[in-house]
Design a protein around this ligand. Structure first.
Ligand code: SIN
Length: 445
């Protein structure tokens, strides 16, 4: 079966230029843009996002960002937990980069203005999630870590005079250069103003940071924009994708009813990290004896145990018991989840929360090396759309924000040593030939 090489679209009505085009505006995309702008060898950066800057998955992240920042913790211990969760399929070199560069990357996020939670003694407050043997998850606003990181990054990008932001613009395809590398992107700007409709941005490098594909599944924690279009455009451009079968299901997603589809409320693993536990309809703590970490086993172990228990009992969901927190802890530590549960008629201070697994995270994606370079010259990828190899078969909790942060910085550092050569798209009859005429999906160039 041959894959379409591009989407059906009219030829671009306008063309512009940026040294680097960043596709996506979560932690990976915005970090890449900020770091690229700080580099003297990069003259212009354009960020393209198909909704608003803040609409991606990052702002929904609850639990936090993992890094060996606590007393007694080390990158080696973080490496060990990541490799165990990844079930023997992680790229150890990539994991070593992640855990070694992670602490400094988080400190840099703090210096950029991200406000993490602190203990009464003024130390960074660190919690634990599934698969971690140490408290190493930094969090913000209790359970609003992603929202705080996104806020700080958006503010920094808005304050950077030279980052050109184009919102409501769907990138259609990569424009191939004459040598097969990337010469630019075509995009459909769904707005009003100077640039409207289909256009093209020629550039020397593309950083793909467009997030995941959760909306492919009927129930997911992902926002509506997570439709996998970044992976699809990389595939159409001939990039190698890997590990696509490793789609992670989060064990504790609030169960809203059998027919409930689309984005579902996440009940962070940090809730179990702070002492909540799973029970079945009979009140039995079925995670005890399943794994040495019980309710805090890696999330694939917990999700499978929940599914087994549901099959055995015929129940549509299991329950999360966090009544032991009391009202004060719920309000201080998990205000977002508390409000969400209450908005769905469940008061977790006094009631069990109905939960079950739902699609959460794509561990696979565009295959990249340690500098985020894909198999297509000039195309880099980071964050959920990429497969750097750090997650293996099963991502360790709260490693995803860290991956987006660390590998976007590495891409920027790599590009700072020299941009790829400019590539002209092939021209025919005085027009850029790649888009001359309308082409149907499935046709070849
Ligand atoms: C959670 O808060 O449980 C999700 C964290 C993650 O997916 O890493």
């Amino acid at each position: 079966m041959s894959l379409p090489q591009r989407l059906a679209a009219p030829p671009p009505g306008w063309t512009t230029y940026a040294d680097v085009v960043v596709i996506g505006s979560g932690i990976a995309g915005l970090t890449a843009a900020l770091q690229l702008r700080a580099s003297p060898s990069v003259g212009s950066v354009m960020v393209v996002t198909k909704d608003l800057l803040s609409a991606g998955s990052t702002q929904w992240a609850q639990g936090g960002i993992a890094a060996a920042l606590g007393p007694g913790d080390t990158p080696d211990q973080h490496l060990h937990d990541t490799l165990v969760a990844g079930a023997g399929v992680c790229d150890e070199e990539a994991v070593r980069v992640l855990v070694t560069e992670g602490p400094d990357a988080v400190r840099e996020l703090i210096s950029l203005g991200t406000v993490f939670d602190h203990t009464e003694a003024g130390e960074l407050s660190l919690t634990r999630e599934g698969g971690h043997h140490r408290d190493r998850i930094a969090h913000a606003g209790g359970d609003a870590t992603g929202a705080e990181i996104q806020r700080a990054l958006v503010a920094a990008v808005r304050a950077a005079p030279d980052i050109d932001v184009t919102e409501h613009a769907l990138v259609l395809d990569l424009v191939p250069g004459a040598d097969g590398g990337v010469a630019g992107v075509t995009l459909h700007v769904m707005g009003e103003g100077q640039r409207d409709g289909v256009g093209a941005v020629l550039c020397r490098a593309v950083v793909l940071a467009s997030g995941g594909l959760g909306q492919v599944f009927s129930a997911t924690t992902n926002p509506p924009v997570s439709t996998g279009d970044g992976m699809a455009l990389a595939l159409r451009a001939g990039a190698v994708l890997r590990d696509l079968e490793f789609v992670q299901f989060h064990p504790t997603v609030m169960w809203l009813g059998a027919g409930s589809t689309g984005q579902q409320p996440l009940i962070s693993e940090a809730v179990r990290g702070e002492g909540a536990f799973l029970v079945d309809d009979a009140g039995e703590r079925f995670m005890l004896g399943q794994h040495e970490l019980a309710d805090l086993a890696p999330r694939d172990v917990v999700a499978k145990a929940i599914m087994r228990r549901m099959r055995e009992t015929g129940a549509e969901h299991v329950w999360l018991d966090a009544r032991g927190f009391g009202a004060e802890k719920w309000e201080r530590r998990f205000p977002t989840i508390l409000a969400t549960c209450r908005s769905h008629g469940v008061d977790p201070v006094t009631e069990l929360i109905p939960v079950g697994p739902a699609c959460h995270y794509a561990s696979g994606g565009v295959a990249t090396d340690l500098h985020g370079q894909s198999s297509v010259a000039g195309l880099f990828a980071c964050g959920e759309v990429a497969c750097s190899g750090v997650h293996g078969a099963n991502r360790l909790a709260s490693n995803s924000l860290l991956e987006g942060l660390v590998f976007s910085r590495r891409i920027a550092a790599h590009l700072a040593t020299g941009l790829p050569p400019g590539r002209n798209p092939p021209r025919t009859r005085g027009r850029p030939g790649w888009w001359a005429g309308t082409c149907a999906a499935g046709s070849s160039t």
